[in-house]
Design a protein around this ligand. Structure first.
Ligand code: 3PG
Ligand code: MG
Length: 314
């Protein structure tokens, strides 16, 4: 896939709306893992060097269209040493910007129009900018105002991170080095059916983990206690297993799980085989044997494609 990138653009003095994914974990006002922010810096620095005037737009968590300061981007602005603009639709900051300046707009999901991909909201968000750059690969599967809606109103380009993610993904999808191992985890089979089928077609081995793995265990007849899973996805899970078999893809579902009696990070943890899960157990992590098997599979693979977390994530 060939994307339009920022290479060769004359951006001096231009107002750039830059979509980043700064959906990072924040505990007690402190960022616990800044990987996503750090990965976004090359594009931001390049835009600074090009003399652009950059306003970064991002979401954080799921505030559901309300101005809930628990989801404020303030800790991120502090980490980046850039000013935070308290309202993403208030463009009065633009008048005071100089070439190379960067600001961060407050959480775009404080407006319901973001997730509804409301065109009026997208128009207001785009107002005053000359171009739009998407560098938010991790949220590009969502058709929201700041990822899709604004492209109707502004000439749009891919940032360096988005372009490199697409390049890497295209390479491993089109000419993977075998053995190709795919690991798919996270919570929902329903939103991952497409990716599971595509990876089952391509991969030599497919490891299914996280709550997704729990749904597969359930579909295969296990009792999964009080855990997060999707009972209505049983047929889809079985269809994926069949499809993988037809495509000579070995599927590995969880053998054991780390369980607690509640879905909480500090819950006391027990390791249980998948057929020994008790009715009041809550699966919170990958099991010891399953994890060891995953490590061996990774060691033996020439290419690994990994999507989603295998343990509880807050
Ligand atoms: C993510 O962290 O997976 C992305 O930022 C998307 O967030 P969402 O699942 O809340 O849309
Ligand atoms: Mg995600």
């Amino acid at each position: 896939m060939k994307l339009r990138t920022i290479d060769g653009l004359d951006l001096r003095g231009k107002y750039v709306l830059l979509r980043d994914d700064f959906n990072v974990q924040i505990v007690d006002g402190k960022i616990t893992d800044a990987f996503r922010i750090d990965q976004s810096m090359p594009t931001i620095n390049r835009l600074r060097e090009m003399g652009a005037r950059v306003a970064i737009v991002s979401h954080l968590g799921r505030p559901k269209g309300a101005r809930n300061m628990e989801f404020s981007l303030a800790p991120i602005a502090e980490y980046m040493h850039v000013p935070l603009i308290p309202d993403c639709l208030d463009k009065s900051f633009m008048a005071n910007m100089h070439d190379g300046d960067v600001v961060l707009l407050e959480n775009v999901r404080f407006y319901a129009g973001e997730e509804e991909n409301d065109s009026e909201f997208a128009k207001k968000l785009a107002a005053g900018f000359d171009i739009y750059i998407n560098d938010a690969f991790a949220v590009s599967h969502r058709a929201h105002a700041s990822t899709v809606g604004v492209t109707k109103y502004l000439p749009s380009y891919a940032g360096l991170l988005l372009a490199s993610e697409i390049e890497n993904l295209t390479r491993v999808m089109e000419t993977p080095k075998h053995p190709l191992l795919s690991i798919v985890a996270g919570s929902k089979v329903s939103t991952k059916i497409g990716v599971l089928r595509a990876l089952a077609r391509l991969s030599d081995t497919l490891i299914i983990g996280g709550a997704l793995g729990t749904t597969f265990n359930f579909a295969m007849g296990a009792n999964v206690g009080n855990s997060l899973y999707e009972p209505d996805q049983k047929e889809n899970a079985l269809a994926i297993l069949k499809y993988a078999q037809q495509n000579n893809c070995r599927v590995l579902v969880p053998l054991d799980k780390g369980v607690g009696k509640e879905f909480a990070p500090n819950a006391q943890r027990f390791n249980r085989c998948i057929d020994e899960i008790e009715p009041d157990d809550v699966i919170i992590d990958s099991g010891i044997e399953t994890t060891a098997r995953t490590v061996t599979e990774i060691e033996n693979a020439a290419t690994v494609i990994w999507n989603g977390t295998v343990g509880m994530a807050q």
